[in-house]
Design a protein around this ligand. Structure first.
Ligand SMILES: [Zn+2]
Length: 312
């Protein structure tokens, strides 16, 4: 909260200082196209919010493919080789990027892991992976889905802006303007979602997402995650886990279960059939979708509209 009262310019300056902007350690490459390659469409769009069209931005995981279980191809290694900066989440979400960096002969300094190394000085505390699943099954480590809280997305944007600015001092003025506008847009999204969820009585602020991605989102807006349809992507839930989730859904009176575009809906449909709940519109978690969910801001608003609709 206290971060919001600081000016956006101050936020970017802090981020730049943290990244060692102005130090002479990095070779200064000015001019030419700077190529940023993000693991997913979400991080590519957060990069757009950070640096606009000052650099070329692409992503690796295709639409409709799950980032957690993604298998990179040799052509992905070729794209990595020609990129100036690889933007990943880290925290186990897109761990396959390490193999690609090796295959491309790139050093770790070409990789920016957005979710890693955040702490109290960023106003951030991590959630345990699996913490929000009512059926338990924490797999250790931390929940990687930080960007689904707009305050987390703002931290990502600051990190990207700081890193590209450090690499390309000739682009700093453009990046300050783009990143400032991006942070203002994310702060507006956050205020809008906070007001919308605050208008729902606390006892109705409950939902069942498909995979365990919405812990930070739920924490931000006072929502209870009653359970999740699958504990770990790529893994079907056990009969015992499904039974526990069905009990939790009945006890909480949840009437809607959400699917996600990059996962099959079979499990969600089965749970819905047994509880009398309905499977409602896909949420966007690890990937963006079709317009208007083809941007981070659009996807977050689409998620909020779907979730609020089920709570009302
Ligand atoms: Zn995920």
């Amino acid at each position: 909260m206290h971060r919001r009262v600081r000016s956006i310019a101050a936020l970017i300056c802090v981020a730049l200082a943290a990244a060692g902007c102005g130090s002479a350690e990095k070779p200064t490459a000015s001019g030419g196209t700077y190529r940023l390659l993000a693991t997913t469409s979400v991080f590519a769009d957060l990069a757009r919010l950070a640096v606009g069209d000052a650099v070329q931005i692409e992503s690796i995981v295709p639409a409709g493919v799950d980032v957690h279980t993604f298998e990179p191809s040799p052509s992905d290694a070729a794209r990595i080789a020609s990129a100036d900066l690889i933007v990943a989440n880290g925290l186990g979400l897109d761990a396959w990027i390490g193999k690609l960096l090796n295959a491309a002969g790139k050093g770790g300094d070409a990789l920016l892991s957005l979710g890693e190394g955040l702490d109290a000085s960023d106003g951030w505390t991590y959630l345990d992976a699996g913490a929000s699943g009512a059926t338990g099954g924490a797999h250790g480590g931390v929940d990687p889905h930080i960007w689904l809280d707009p305050k987390g997305a703002a931290l990502y944007v600051q990190k990207i802006a700081a890193r590209v600015s450090a690499d390309r001092p000739d682009l700093v003025v453009r990046i300050n303007a783009e990143g400032g506008a991006g942070l203002v847009a994310i702060a507006a999204l956050d205020r809008e979602l906070a007001a919308s969820f605050a208008a729902i009585p606390a006892e109705r602020r409950r939902f069942v997402p498909f995979h365990d991605a919405f812990g930070y989102f739920a924490r931000a807006y006072g929502i209870t995650v009653v359970g999740v349809a699958i504990q770990a992507p790529g893994q079907e839930p056990s009969a015992k886990e499904i039974a526990a989730l069905i009990d939790a859904i009945r006890a909480a009176g949840v009437t809607a279960i959400f699917s996600e575009s990059q996962f099959p809906t079979r499990v969600a449909e089965r749970i819905a059939a047994e509880t009398g709940a309905t499977v409602v519109a896909s949420l966007f978690s690890d990937a963006l979708g079709a317009a208007p969910a083809d941007t981070y801001l659009g996807a977050m608003r689409a998620n909020a509209t779907a979730i609020l609709g089920a709570m009302r």
